[in-house]
Design a binder for this molecule. Sequence first.
Ligand code: FMN
Length: 213
Amino acid sequence: MLPVGDVRHWHIGPAPASLETAPINPASARKAIKMSIAVVYESMFGNTHRIALAIAEGLAPFGVVVTANVNDQQAKEATRSADLVVLGGPTHVHGMTRPESRKEASTLANDTSKDLSLEASAPGIGVREWIKDLDLVPALCAAFDTRVDMARILTGAASGHIEHALTKRGSRSIISPESFLVSKDNVLEDDELDRARNWGASVGKAMEQFIHH
Ligand SMILES: Cc1cc2nc3c(=O)[nH]c(=O)nc-3n(C[C@H](O)[C@H](O)[C@H](O)COP(=O)(O)O)c2cc1C
């Protein structure tokens, strides 16, 4: 990972003429580079967590992937050395969560009439604070969120705000932000995990295209 502003070189030059080796095929040489990818998420009730794991599965063929919650120390450590950060969180009040909205989510989880439980890593900061606190931001980024399955104009979407916050810090977004949908009762809609796996693969392909062109 290089600090923001530094230029990262992925170029692979020809082997020195003095070496008696088979000529390097630039295409396979490029493939030999293992990109380092951090999938970082915030989650109150577990849906964004599950989506993050599915995205990481889709990304697995494209590099070394570490998945961590914003409240795990590992999230910062992995991001510091990552080429790409894939960052997501739940949509609260049309955007990224805030301390007050997370408190409201905790209250909902304590309501026995609702079938909700709070993630072990939920208490603490959210994506908004995590980005502000990052000392180094990877060169490349992609953003996702979870939100209610209704017209986006009514729900808002945290992912656009996450992308904006990361690009403001100097990272380059390689794919449009994506939303994954939950019901009004906070249950992931059918096929969203498959969609997340596929989106993870699309992020991997976008990363490869970005590096190779
Ligand atoms: C306080 C609060 C505010 C919310 N506001 C929105 C909203 O503005 N738009 C929306 O689509 N969903 C909203 N939701 C639903 C969340 O997006 C949903 O609970 C979340 O995606 C589930 O992810 P999680 O299980 O990882 O927490 C809100 C939920 C809570 C608790």
